[in-house]
Every structure is written in C-alpha cells, then in structure tokens.
Design a protein around this ligand. Structure first.
Ligand code: ACM
Length: 653
C-alpha cells in the first residue's frame, strides 16, 4: 500500500506537462495555456540600466531566432506592447562577486511574460529559464504559463577546464561559457598551466609561453576578451597556475625554478612527474611575486588558484641544498616543505590583493582562513577544511574523465557523507562545487561531448534544492536540454557524425553508427594504461563515442519493462550489424581495432535473442570477456544482456 502511494506520488510529480527545465527551479507553479512566441516577440526594460542586461536581451532574441527559426528583431520596446518585460532593480557589482544575488522571478501568462530581479545576474539566469521554456505548440512556439521563484542553493558553481594537456582554442572556451550560462554555472576555472603546456602570454617572463606551449597560448588580449565574455554571461573567471608540481612546462624556459638542473622539455606523457619548483630558494619567490603580480592584474576575480596537487617530492629528496634548507628550518618531511611553500605563495597572492584557492594538498599548511580548498579527494577533506574554518568546494565525484553516467554524477552532493555531519556554521563554508574537465583525452573536436550534457545534471545539483533527485525526471530533462544546448553553439552532438565519417572515408556510416551508438570510452586510468600521450591523435572510435551511450540507456529501460518486441528489434539489428560492418572495419586503419567489439556486439545480441526464446546456454565466460575493454571502448549493453538472462531465468512467482 505504502509502495503504491509513493509510486503514484512520483508519477504525479513528473507529469508530461512538466517543463524541460534544468536546473530545476527552487519554486515553480504551472498555469493554464501559455504565451505564443511568434515574429512579433519583443522585450522591454524597466529599472536600472546595466550593459549586461542589454547584451543579454540581445542574445535572447538571437538565441530565440535560432531555436525557432523565426525572424525576430532586437532592441527594447515600449512596455505596454512588449511580450517580455524585464525589470532589474540595481546595477550589480563592477567585478562579479562570490555570493552576489542571482535570484529572479518569472511570471508567464498568455498575454505577457515578466522577469524581475534585484541584480542583473538574476536577469541573466531568468532569461536562460525563459529560453528553456520555449517549445513548439499546436499553433506556434509557446512558453507555458508559469510562476517561477528561483535562486541557487550554492554560490560557487563551476566548470574547471584543463587547457594544458590539450590546447583549447578561444572558440572552444567561448562556446563552453555559453553552455555554462545556459545551465546557470557561474565560475569558469581556467587550468592554464601544467606539465604539458603553459597556455598564457606572460610579458614579464616571455619564455614561459614561448618555450612552454608549442605556440598554443592565449594572448593577454584574448584573456581579457574571455573575461569580458564571461562577465556578460554572469560567470567569474578564476585562473589556476599549478605549483610547485605539475609545472614542467615552466621549467623549459626557466630551469632555475626547478629543484634539479634540467634541461627540461614539455612533458608529453600523462601522470605525476618529478619536476617541482625549488621551495628553498628566495629567487623562486621573487619570480612568483613578479608572475603572480602580472596575472593578478590581468584577472579581476577575487580568487587566484595556486594548484598544489600531487607533488611527489622526488626532486626535493635528491637535492642536497634543499635537504640542508630543511634541516636548517626544522622542516621534517616533503609534506611540511610543501606547506612552507604554500604559505609563502599564499602571502604573495594576498599581497597582490587576491584570495588563494588550492587543491586539498594545500590544507596541510597553517594558512589564513580566507582561502578556499577545492577537494578532488572527497567529502572528507572538504569536511576537515570546513571544520578548520576554511571555505571549500567539491570536485571529487565530478570528474568527467572518469566517464561516470549522468545519474552517478548527479547523485554526488557537496553536503553528503562527511560534510552532512557538519554544524550549520561549518556547512555554510561549503560554497558549492566544480565539474572537472581534465584534457588528457579530449581535443577541441570532442571536448564538448565529454562536458555536455552531463555537466547540466551537475549544474542542477549545485543550483536546485537538495531534494531534487528523481533520476528519471533528470534524464528526461537532460535529453531535452542537451538538444537545446546545440543552439548555444556547442558541438557535443554535431561533432559525432563527422568523426565517424573520417574513419569510414567514402563508405556509408550507417553500420558504424550502430556500433558506435552502443559503445562508450574507457575512463582515464584505463586509457593511461594504453600508453597514450599528448601526441596520440584523438581520431578513433573511443574518441568519437559518446561519454555514455544513450542507446544503451534506452535499451536498459526496455529490458526493465520487458518490452519483448522492442528488445527483439534491437537485438536483431545488433546481431546482423557485424556482417555489414566488417568490410568497412577491415578497410580503414582507424577501424581495424574495432573488429572484436563488433563481433562481440553481434554475439551478445545472439545470446540475448536466445534468452528471449528460452534457449539458454551457459555464456558466463563470454559475458565476462565482453565486459572487458575493446580498443579502449566498453560495450555498453552487457549489463542489460545479463539482466535479460536473469529476467527470463527467474522462477515465476
Ligand atoms: C587533481 O586531480 N590532481 C587535482
């Protein structure tokens, strides 16, 4: 009885009329009918003028024109005739601040829509909500009647992008800022240096970008352009310069910064390497003072990320001068030596007017409490930081390169496990979280497909009330938002077919797509085991495959329902695909490695069909093999085939 009641409640909460919003608003009530969006759609503005609101209203019209195909005209109109009235009560901060008001109210009736906010940031967020509400109706495009009162759960909702392992040109950054804005993310964490590349122009120390980047770096002019672009979309830009480890690219031009003489070359492999800055020399801090001063003047945000992760201390152990320095200063081990370094760098960052941010490892130092700890290791260090009085954000669990499903990422919460037990005051120090896109296995061509749409689900975790946790609803809205994100200029869907066509040459790709639709890439650790480097081309099936197979997810739902006709149709398609695909796989050097995956897919489908027909044989050994990676891809339907076998062999009640 209780079970049935919960199920009914679950269904009632997510009737089909629910709009495809993501993140889900804090408060929403639906009305009858809706506002038609036609060629006469226009906006007007009341309140305190702000260049961001003006620009955002222009973008709304252009975006709406793209989404609907309607020719629309930009510019504010007289409020009595406008379809969308925007009202903003203040101009906001000149440099966007952590915790600035992002709340808004959106009311849509069949006559008019009204969006109001205290601060321009609320208007930016509300306009994105409005765009997500636009759907084709029976007679025109329509925005359902609704009242939304919305504000974020956390003030720090970030996307971290590594541009060092693989270079990401300006247009990649910009279109991802548009994607971030669409789902209300508000911090762009720019991982600008690492062992594999130093990606920003330094006028003071030009050998950093000249020798550490293979020519792939952002000029300071381009950085200003990105900062302005982000600000227009309500996004703060926090730069990260990882130190004292993960810094090989600095040492190519400035080997004197390192703890061993060099010479150094840009690192091409992935992992943790020995080179680290020399914490014992004053000249290191003089250099960092100059460099951080230059960068602190370029980046207006209040926060400055100094990295601090994964220092293995190997160079320190082998350097007699560093060992003597440690004895002289009673520094007992590498851990304390890094704490000494962190403290010195934190003082430099403070001197240049910024608040320091660092990964978990900086927590070792006894630092002023204004720093922010970004935890890549879990809720436990985050809770520890909060208990000690530091602010923190969570990134553990949000690593896109681990290739977890949207549902797994979605269920990770900055305030669960160890952080759930914090006091209210400690909890208030958890500022939010950041999605991490490390770039070992992404190029400008496929990076969007790794970030999106999964980051939209995480964005909901950061924005929406904690109890927003219905996975079926999340996936339904995620699929809709994913389609809409293409209108923001992202290529997460559109890059797929060209990547398949590249591998297939002049051959049709229909059968290749059937295989590609049900495979998904191995996670980063498994790919590292295959000895890939920065110079490995990312042009294989593993690179084209979507981060998670939607086809496999849909098939799992059919198995869950035991929809026999549909299950059978898919299985026949997969069983017969190998015969069609094999001639193509044999012809292309890029596809030859995928012959075993195609054969195993066919055999999996055959086993599934046998199970459906009640002709079962013991296939456990094969299923175990099918679970293994095939040229760095996973066949995503294996769990569903196992489930199907167990469903048909279950004793009937
Ligand atoms: C990290 O993942 N090493 C921050």
């Amino acid at each position: 009885m209780t079970k049935l009641w919960i199920l009914l409640l679950g269904a009632a909460a997510w009737l089909p009329a629910q709009p495809n919003l993501m993140p889900w608003p804090a408060k929403i009530s639906m009305g009858d009918g809706g506002l038609a969006i036609d060629q006469n759609f226009n906006t007007s503005f009341i309140g305190t003028p702000d260049s961001r609101v003006q620009a955002a209203a222009g973008r709304l019209i252009r975006q709406l024109a793209l989404q609907t195909g309607l020719p629309l005209t930009e510019g504010f109109r007289d409020p009595t005739h406008a379809r969308l009235i925007i009202r903003c009560d203040s101009a906001g901060e000149s440099i966007q601040k952590l915790g600035e008001d992002e709340s808004y109210r959106l009311e849509v009736t069949p006559q008019q829509a009204r969006l109001s906010a205290k601060n321009p940031l609320g208007i930016l967020r509300g306009l994105e909500t409005f765009l997500q509400l636009v759907e084709p109706g029976a007679k025109s495009f329509i925005v359902s009647s609704v009242v939304i009162e919305d504000q974020p759960r956390f003030p720090w909702r970030g996307l971290h992008l590594d541009v060092s392992r693989h270079w990401m040109p300006l247009e990649v950054v910009k279109r991802n800022l548009d994607g971030m804005a669409a789902v209300k993310l508000n911090v762009f964490h720019w991982h600008l240096s690492d062992d594999q590349g130093f990606r920003i122009e330094s006028k003071r120390f030009p050998k950093l970008h000249e020798q550490g980047s293979d020519g792939h770096y952002y000029t300071q002019e381009q950085v200003r352009e990105v900062i302005a672009y982000a600000r227009d979309r309500g996004i703060r830009v926090v730069p990260e310069f990882d130190m004292p480890g993960h810094a090989t690219s600095w040492f190519v031009g400035y080997p004197e910064l390192a703890s061993a003489p060099g010479p150094y070359a840009i690192e091409r492999k992935f992992g943790v390497f020995d080179p680290a800055m020399d914490p014992s020399r004053e000249s290191t801090y003089e250099f960092l003072d100059g460099f951080i001063g230059e960068m602190a003047a370029l980046f207006p945000d209040a926060f400055f990320h100094i990295g601090g992760d994964e220092v293995n201390g190997e160079q320190w152990k082998k350097n007699a001068q560093i060992q003597a320095f440690m004895r002289e200063h009673q520094i007992k081990d590498n851990h304390d030596l890094q704490a000494y370094f962190t403290k010195r760098v934190q003082q430099i960052v403070t001197k240049h007017g910024k608040r320091t941010e660092g990964w978990d490892e900086v927590l070792a130092a006894d630092l002023p409490k204004d720093i922010v700890i970004q935890s890549w290791q879990g809720q436990k260090p985050l809770a520890e930081a909060a208990r000690q009085g530091y602010s923190g954000i969570l990134s553990a669990g949000y690593y896109l390169d681990h290739m977890e499903s949207a549902s797994t990422l979605y269920m990770v919460d900055p305030l669960e496990q160890e952080t759930a037990a914090l006091t209210a005051a400690e909890k208030s120090r958890i500022l939010g979280g950041e999605v991490c896109m490390w770039s070992e296995y992404v190029s400008p061509e496929n990076v969007d497909s790794r970030i999106w749409p999964r980051s939209a689900a995480i964005a909901e975790r950061f924005w929406s009330p904690q109890e927003t946790k219905d996975i079926a609803s999340m996936y339904r809205r995620l699929d809709a938002v994913s389609r809409k994100l293409e209108w923001s200029g992202l290529t997460h869907l559109s890059s797929y077919l060209p990547m398949l066509r590249r591998m297939a040459g002049d051959q049709p790709i229909d059968s290749l797509k059937i295989l590609a639709d049900v495979v998904q890439p191995a996670n980063q650790d498994a790919r590292d085991e295959a000895n890939n480097t920065q110079q490995t081309p990312l042009n294989r099936l593993v690179d084209a495959a979507r981060s998670k197979s939607k086809t496999a997810r849909d098939f799992a739902a059919l198995v869950e329902k035991m929809d026999r006709p549909q299950i059978r149709a898919w299985l026949i398609l997969w069983r017969d695909n190998d015969a069609k695909l094999e001639p193509l796989l044999e012809k292309s050097f890029l596809l030859m490695e995928d012959i075993p995956a195609s054969k195993d897919l066919s055999r999996l489908a055959t086993i599934g069909l046998e199970a459906l027909d009640g002709r079962l044989s013991d296939q456990r050994a094969f299923l175990e093999q099918a679970k293994k990676l095939h040229a760095e891809v996973e066949i995503a339907i294996v769990p569903s085939i196992e489930k199907l076998i167990s469903r048909v062999t279950e004793p009937r009640p």
